[in-house]
Design a protein around this ligand. Structure first.
Ligand code: PLP
Length: 395
């Protein structure tokens, strides 16, 4: 196999594929790959294995013959469980027909955006925000327009600022709470204001709530709780809550009149999510919730380690209230985030994600994830802090 693509191969790839924005994290992962001693603060997935009873459920399902294609929208018992889960949390009725089971939450995000945008349409996305939002918009020939999540406002948006960015071409406001990379959890009034704006301006909300179960000091508030079922797409899944990233299982709850369109999109996308994974998902949702609490407590303990190390340094603009990430301010180093991340890796064997990955506003930050054991976490964070402080001591 050739190691690099020839220029002829690159030329024959479609312009859209070639021009897809590439994440700076790739460079860091490539650099980290050859270094066995690296402390990994860049990895955005739970370190725990999937709970045993869920794995057993998948075994049993496979043995019982759940090894075939399933319906585009997902297996009916799983859709029913997801609808029940959402309506219990939101206090709003949700019908199974509104649920589309997808290949990871990324499949749900792609589906939601593809359901509402045409080429040239605009979609509002957060800055900083998960880079795949922009990539999906790009692949669909839509325009991603950023709104700010200012650090001095606890990485929360100003709903009036979002409203001011709506044009005749805007189809949706996409947001993410609890947030990656910020760790911010939107308070009720923020989500309520966004719901009002969607209603009054006739745009959709696409709410990425994949970290809904990883919340420490606040209550997660879903966009689904405001009775705007005809305007809201709500995304969640199994990856983070149940440590099931590799099973590729997520879901989308759609406005009722768009559910059949979203379902139809599954056929050319992935046809259906893995049937075995869906049976495991049924076990997860109907099983005991103690694994969720256990995982959350672990992240909270690690969040507290992070706050211990960075709390009074001026480098942590906000203690994360949810998810398992924090942004650390590196501005006193004078380095751009990619250069900082490369040097931290090469000189101190610690990997983190350059903030620029998440949007133009974020180049003075790096993201760390608290998804490793307490001791290496403490060591990695301390090295990171020492590295930043070493700049301040320089003449
Ligand atoms: N949304 C956000 C904000 C994420 O951070 C991730 C994964 O890291 C996803 C969605 C995708 O989740 P999944 O692995 O279920 O596709």
């Amino acid at each position: 196999m050739p190691e690099a693509k020839s220029s002829a191969e690159v030329r024959t790839a479609s312009a859209r594929a070639r021009s897809m924005p590439r994440s700076a994290i790739r460079e860091i992962m490539a650099l980290a790959a050859g270094r066995p001693e690296v402390i990994h603060l860049e990895v955005g997935e739970p370190d725990a294995s999937t709970p045993e009873h869920i794995i057993e459920g998948a075994y049993a399902a496979a043995r019982a013959g759940w090894t075939k294609y399933g319906p585009n929208a997902g297996l009916p018992p799983l859709r029913k469980l997801i609808a029940g889960h959402a309506s219990a949390r939101w206090g709003v009725p949700v019908a199974s027909d509104q649920v589309v089971v997808t290949t990871g939450a990324i499949g749900a995000l792609y589906t939601a955006i593809a359901t509402v945008v045409d080429a040239g349409d605009e979609i509002l996305i957060p800055d900083p925000g998960w880079p795949n939002y922009e990539s999906i918009a790009h692949l669909l020939n839509a325009k991603a327009v950023r709104f700010d999540l200012p650090p001095e406002n606890g990485f929360l948006p100003d709903p009036d600022d979002i409203a001011s960015k709506i044009t005749a071409k805007t189809k949706a406001i996409l947001f993410n709470t609890p947030g990656n990379p910020t760790g911010a959890v939107f308070p009720r009034e923020t989500v309520a204001r966004l719901a009002d704006i969607a209603r009054s301006r006739g745009v959709y909300l696409i709410s990425d709530e994949i970290y809904e179960d990883i919340v420490f000091d606040r209550q997660h508030v879903s966009a689904g709780s405001f009775g705007i079922g005809d305007r809201a797409f709500v995304i969640s899944g199994f990856s983070k809550t149940y440590a099931m990233t590799g099973w590729r299982l997520g879901w989308l709850i759609c406005p009722p009149e768009l559910a059949s369109v979203a379902t139809g999109l599954q056929e050319p996308l992935t046809s259906c999510a893995s049937t075995i994974a869906q049976k495991a998902g049924e076990v997860a949702l109907s099983g005991p919730p103690d694994c969720i609490t256990r995982f959350r407590d672990t992240y909270q303990r690690r969040r507290d380690i992070l706050v211990d190390i960075f709390g009074n340094t001026g480098m942590l603009p906000m203690a994360p209230a949810g998810a398992f990430y924090a942004l650390l301010d590196i501005s006193r180093t004078g380095l751009k985030s990619l250069d900082f991340a490369k040097r931290l890796l090469i000189e101190h064997n610690v990997a983190c994600v350059p903030g620029i990955t998440f949007g133009p506003s974020c180049d003075r930050f790096v993201r760390v994830a608290f998804t490793i054991g307490d001791d290496p976490l403490r060591e990695g964070l301390q090295r990171l802090r020492n590295f930043i402080e070493s700049f301040a001591r320089r003449p």
